[in-house]
Design a protein around this ligand. Structure first.
Ligand SMILES: NC(=O)c1ccc[n+]([C@@H]2O[C@H](COP(=O)([O-])OP(=O)(O)OC[C@H]3O[C@@H](n4cnc5c(N)ncnc54)[C@H](O)[C@@H]3O)[C@@H](O)[C@H]2O)c1
Length: 328
């Protein structure tokens, strides 16, 4: 029988891509999701457990039923704007949810975890490329909650022998190359899907927040990674954890930043249509530039990005967008 992997947030954007890749590798991915931002339609590669990480009995029941050999933990809240007005939700859902999950893992004797961390733990980078040891200064409760979970992983590794990899994502984009699943956030806050929607007939113009940043064109710079490359790193991390003890951290970036205006230009080029946009003042809490190398992931996991060019990510995202997204 195929081994089960518990995928929290498996009905969400990145978690559903992890489920697809795990199924391709011969595992049965079990999506554990409360469907607060996820979609039943995205769960195509294994069973769905409709449960909440704030409910320890639901997590325990999932471990009991499926006996997963490892966990990929994607579930959580991740809207920076929402974190500014409701920080408590981020500490409750992200930190309490992770604590409940780790306690259930210890109780069930499941000792491998790959965790979605984020570049938001760093705050701003003052123009330098980030690396694993860069100074951490989260600008909001979202980044702070993820940093707290990274600390929690250390403590559970020391006390309970947990093997964990915290993968710090930068900006994830693109979709399944077969367009079975893709990025469907409502509301959408991510630049590439917003640009694709703006370029569609009758689409609302996109708002560019801040044109006076200290960057070549005045707009913020981010490091975009294709979701398929990101999931490759998860599979490599899962294998790596079978060999090593302790809690590890990896930054997953391409080392190449793109400004907001560069993304809009690339989108217009790929789609062959202009991307209507308007300008607005800076948004509180936005870092100027977040770009990272991934030397550690290359050296230790053997990971390399293969699909993460802007045109490829936009093309894959647009193909998915044309399917009309999820209904349910
Ligand atoms: N998308 C990005 O660019 C990006 C960048 C850095 C980090 N991340 C991290 O990656 C993870 C996945 O991001 P995403 O873009 O796929 O988000 P998403 O919102 O599409 O997926 C999150 C999933 O978690 C589920 N969920 C939320 N709270 C839950 C709870 N209490 N119990 C059970 N399920 C719950 C949601 O229903 C959803 O399906 C998040 O932890 C996010 O912080 C994402």
């Amino acid at each position: 029988m195929a081994e089960h992997i518990l995928v929290t947030g498996g009905a969400g954007y990145i978690g559903s891509h992890a489920c697809a890749a795990l199924a391709q590798r011969g595992f049965t991915p079990v999506a554990f999701d409360n469907l607060s931002t996820g979609w039943r339609d995205a769960v195509q590669f294994g069973p769905l457990v409709h449960g909440d990480l704030l409910d320890p009995s639901a997590i325990a029941a999932a471990f009991d039923r499926f006996k997963p050999v490892a966990v990929m933990h994607f579930a959580g809240l991740s809207l920076v704007g929402q974190a500014a007005v409701d920080p408590g939700a981020y500490w409750r859902v992200n930190v309490m949810g992770a604590l409940n999950l780790l306690q259930a893992m210890v109780a069930a004797g499941c000792d491998r975890l790959v965790f979605s961390s984020t570049c938001a733990i760093f705050g701003d980078a003052n123009g330098d490329n980030l690396h694993e040891g860069s100074k951490q200064n989260p600008l909001n409760a979202y980044g702070a909650s993820k940093r707290a979970i990274e600390d929690m992983l250390d403590h559970f590794a020391q006390a309970h022998g947990l093997r964990a990899a915290a993968l710090r994502y930068f900006n994830v984009a693109g979709a399944d190359p077969q367009a079975r699943i893709g990025e469907c956030h409502r509301p959408e806050t991510h630049l590439i899907p917003l640009a694709i929607a703006a370029a569609a007939q009758g689409g609302d113009p996109l708002t560019v927040f801040g044109t006076d940043y200290p960057t070549p064109d005045g707009t913020c710079i981010r490091d975009y990674l294709h979701v398929s490359d990101l999931i490759d790193a998860h599979l490599l991390a899962l294998d790596h954890l079978a060999q090593v003890q302790g809690a590890q951290r990896f930054n997953l970036g391409t080392g190449q930043g793109a400004s907001v205006m560069q993304v809009l230009q690339a989108t217009a080029q790929v789609l062959g249509r202009p991307v209507p946009h308007e300008f607005a003042p800076r948004r509180a809490g936005d870092a100027v530039r977040l770009v990272s190398g991934s030397d550690r992931a290359a050296r230790i996991l053997g990971w390399q990005a293969a699909r993460s060019t802007l045109p490829q990510m936009i093309e894959d995202a647009a193909r998915w967008h044309q399917t009309g997204g999820y209904q349910n």
